[in-house]
Design a protein around this ligand. Structure first.
Ligand code: ADE
Length: 234
């Protein structure tokens, strides 16, 4: 699967792929990462990419010209690409989106900087628009990395053990039960004794109960969704 980052700041993005799981997936050629800098397409004298907002307002807005030119050329060379814009003015990105988008062969993330991107670019080129949460970042790069990471780990072969995908938080609308590693007793703090007895059906019911507790405490609206879905499935 290929990811293209359309960004003025490749350096911000690049470092993320230099270690761990995604680095390995790139080495195994399961993932391919490339970059496109709209500044390289600017027709202005000093390769300008932004200007003041038409109609007034604080801050600078990314001009349409460098983005139109770069995305037009890019689309003509990559016919199957799915283009995603990152902005706080969008639907929230969810685990279901990560799973759905992992089936695409090529995704491009377009990151805005400054006060955002001229809306005409979004209208012309966005297949989808996502926000990663109700807060404002200095640019879309971090958001695009969040999406890329969440999507990539659902691509076949990226994670070593595909079991780890099926029991994760949000797969059932419940938050995941707590996990523990060795030793069983660390500084006199013990893991729940039920986890140690090897009775897998008991461990499963304890984990479910703990999942429900966590969900009720941190995300009560998710618990409601879980219970509604379960009663619907009966
Ligand atoms: N750019 C700035 N803030 C953002 C957010 N919350 N989500 C996606 N892109 C953004």
């Amino acid at each position: 699967m290929k990811f293209t980052f359309v960004t003025l700041f490749q350096n911000i993005v690049e470092g993320y792929f230099g270690d761990s799981i995604l680095k390995r997936a790139i080495q195994k050629e399961i993932l391919h990462i490339e970059y496109l800098n709209p500044r390289d397409f600017s027709s202005s004298k000093h390769n300008k990419v932004d200007d003041t907002a038409v109609g007034g307002g604080a801050g600078m807005v990314m001009n349409p010209q460098p983005l139109f030119e770069s995305l037009r050329k890019f689309k003509s060379m990559s016919t199957d690409v799915h283009i995603i814009f990152l902005t706080p003015v969008a639907k929230p990105f969810k685990q279901n989106d990560a799973k759905r988008l992992a089936k695409k062969s090529h995704i491009a993330f377009v990151s805005g900087r400054y006060e955002g991107i001229d809306e005409r670019v979004v209208e012309m080129y966005a297949d989808e628009v996502f926000s990663i949460g109700d807060y404002i970042l200095t640019g879309g790069e971090l958001a695009s990395l969040v999406l890329c990471d969440a999507i990539a780990r659902n691509v076949d072969g990226v994670l070593g053990n595909s079991d780890s995908l099926s029991v994760e938080s949000f797969e059932t609308n419940l938050l995941e039960a707590p996990s523990f590693s060795k030793p069983e007793n660390y500084e006199n703090i013990c893991v729940p004794s039920e986890y140690l007895k090897g009775n897998h059906s008991k461990i499963r019911s304890l984990k479910l109960a703990l999942s429900e507790c966590k969900t009720k405490f941190f995300r009560p609206e998710q618990l409601l969704k879980h219970r509604t879905r379960k009663s619907y499935e009966k």
